[in-house]
Write a protein that binds this ligand. Sequence first.
Ligand code: PLP
Length: 470
Amino acid sequence: MHKLLRQIPSVDECLLALLHDEILAEIPAGLLKKGIRVVLEAQRQEILSGKEIAADALTLPVLLSQIKAAILALNQPRFRRVINATGVIIHTNLGRSVLPESAALVLAQAAINYSNLEFDLAAGKRGSRYALVEELLCELSGAEAALVVNNNAAAVLIALDTLAKGKEAIVSRGQLVEIGGSFRIPEVMARSGAKLVEVGATNRTHLKDYQQAINAETGLLLKVHTSNYRIIGFTSAVSNEELVQLGHEHNLPVMEDLGSGCLVDLSPFGLEKEPTVQEVVASGVDVVTFSGDKLLGGPQAGIILGKREIIEQIKKNPLNRALRIDKFTLASLEAVLRLYRDPITVCERIPTLQMISAPLALVGQRAEQLVALLQERISKFCAVQTVDTLAQVGGGAMPEQHLASRGVELRPSFMRVSRLEKELRSLAVPVIGRIEDDRLLLDMRTVREDELILIAEGLEQIFQRGGEAL
Ligand SMILES: *Cc1c(COP(=O)(O)O)cnc(C)c1O
């Protein structure tokens, strides 16, 4: 063992050997040393564990090639673009919504230039950052006033903190949702200092349940859109209009957390009719909150719409300063919202809506195109064909509803499907697909045409390497 340990070269020895390597020329010395140490330490542990060591494992050329790979891996940015071939359009793990190009361009402008973030250009003095999007949000939704915070969880928190702190907030038992990532309505309410009062049964809540729960301590009537699950069967919920009437009879504000608020009706594309943001505002509720990066298709944000007096109260809450959005969110949100002014083209221009509304034939064409690219590259190693698939909206929106879609099915001949899935994740531009019935599926509803060649070349690389190893 000691003899083996002594054979491990020193860090300096390795460093010297790598000094003139062109691929590593731009990499700082500190990172080179880190990579060297990682590999040498792994060898040391291997020896100490008493495992059999290959005869050439400790030679400089073998170690150097491992070290080079380790250094290049360490030098890779951790934040990476990926190709989403899962068919889940609003995929929280993969960054939710993809921005339209116009929004990405203003984002870059906001990044490299000064801006009027909090400067009123007409008056020549300090302005409000929210003014930049408030007017547009009101124009599109019909609301009196608007505010944007960091995300919808923050929107719910600040609204509850403002309206129901130290008071009771009445919620239907069927709407105590958990969104994932530990956002639970009861817990957010506890944080805000509002006391939760549950009414009704899980499947049915009636107006009289709310009515009976109202007392001197009540501060708010709250509705939560059950965006990520559905209670079906013998159910009943109270309409916004009824709840608004009840609230206003008792001088209580009514709030709805819409979750994945949408400004366009998506039912023409095969999805169930959900109330649009405009409809919810028109129902008379005092506050509506929803995410910027779910069905809206914009940047991460929490949008709060409502009656002027209430929004003014929320704006003055000190939490607002802690939850405020940055210039990148503002710039890209404005760019996305501007696209909603034209209802004819909006579904074409916002990627999230475009993926939902794309006709099946178009998605099918992309599947055919990918198969054609793959035929010439990997047909020796893998069976490839187009298949029917089911895509999903995702983001906790419309969970049980599927969109008819088309994809490409891969059945490798000499490789496990799980290995192929892992190799796809390891590509320079990782491709995320899904395994179903011992085949790998790449759903084309979430893949852009310009990404097809990247997928094809990536798969070619994987099978070339695999082929050599055989
Ligand atoms: C997604 C969701 C949230 C959380 O929104 P984020 O923007 O992720 O913070 C809150 N409430 C509901 C009903 C949701 O669907």
